[in-house]
Write a protein that binds this ligand. Sequence first.
Ligand SMILES: NC(=O)c1ccc[n+]([C@@H]2O[C@H](COP(=O)([O-])OP(=O)(O)OC[C@H]3O[C@@H](n4cnc5c(N)ncnc54)[C@H](OP(=O)(O)O)[C@@H]3O)[C@@H](O)[C@H]2O)c1
Length: 415
Amino acid sequence: MAALKYAGMDDTDSEDELPPGWEERSTTDGWVYYANHEEMKTQWEHPKTGKKKRCAGALPYGWEQETDDKGQIVYVDHINKRRTYFDPRQAFTVEDVQLKPKRFDGNSSALEVLHGRDLSDRLVIVTGANSGIGFETARSFALHGAHVILACRNQSRASKAARLITEEWSKARVEAMTLDLASLRSVREFAEVFKARKLPLHVLVCNAGVCTQPWRLTEDGLESTFQICHLAHFYLVQLLLDVLRLSAPARVVVVSSESHRFTDLMDTCGKVDLNLLSPPQKQYWSMLAYNRAKLCNVLFSSELNRRMAPFGVTCNALHPGNMMYTAIHRSWWLMTLLFTFARPFTKSMQQGAATTVYCAVAPELEGIGGMYFNNCFRCLPSPQAQDTTAALSLWELSERLIQERSTPPAGARTL
Ligand SMILES: NC(=O)c1ccc[n+]([C@@H]2O[C@H](COP(=O)([O-])OP(=O)(O)OC[C@H]3O[C@@H](n4cnc5c(N)ncnc54)[C@H](OP(=O)(O)O)[C@@H]3O)[C@@H](O)[C@H]2O)c1
């Protein structure tokens, strides 16, 4: 015995052995409890291991549960004609493990959110993935095994970003593809090239954005902040919907901003006003254009979810954090100054990517969409962003703008 003890093999299931004076019992519905006869008390936890257990499955063949004259549960073995107070299923109890989702907050990083996750069966597209939050999002997914496509407007910046990730982990599956959201033609070409490869698509992160840009019309004749932040993403999702549906459960994640709270999009008739979204130069204020585009992000996300959730494609919008020192401020010196002052107090880019990856893969969000997240928590967006009429009106306007500017390629779906 001593030799076995030193070899660590003296009693393999001794952990479950009860101390003297204890007895294991079970309730009618199979929960195991422990009775201490010396102290005349009972408890759910095993006195040594602290684990809770329950009896798995039905009673063995020939057994039946009955109640005796004193109201106690008794188990009758009809085959061997015997009775016992011991639940025969206790020989096959299973541990009651309650998997509680881990809580994340504003200090969590994207890599912490993904800790322990194997994403090698997922294909993820991240727009604007060559810098800032998009880069950290793509990097975090790739380091967890996902096949990540960096959809960026500048091929050399995108290739450099992909190289940085593969230098960190040589097995990372990252690749760069060209997508310029300021051109609907480019969006269409991106979708065509992607679809020709017959790959699945499990997560589409609409992250790319511009802020406080000088007024400029895109080649499609629309104000560029509106097109880059909203309309081109709307079009991209439309073109990839069939792939998302085939890959369901799939998720679309839209990176918005708390800035969405400071504006509205409706005209006096209760319709989304194109003049507010794509104003002429004289009525343009770059900060307001950004706020409106970010409100579009939340409205689009909830309407997309409403239409696509029945097909297993869910969508959530989010705020990544306040004034993180990415490249977003570069169009206006005043923004650069503000971002520089705020820099010591704001989130890192890894922390900025946390809510995005949370919305993209958190198991507790499976099948859940139409919500708005901040710091990995669900919160309410502005009342304007909750307006379902505005969401529908924006959807119809976006569809119209796309139709006026393009001939949909064969196979594109309209919702
Ligand atoms: N930073 C913050 O504090 C903050 C706060 C709230 C929300 N956000 C949101 O977070 C998202 C990411 O921004 P970020 O802070 O990470 O800024 P960022 O570093 O400037 O990243 C923006 C990305 O969008 C890309 N992009 C711009 N125009 C594009 C176009 N026409 N086509 C394709 N891609 C284009 C940029 O590509 P280039 O490098 O080629 O320009 C870049 O990769 C944005 O949607 C932003 O609104 C940021």
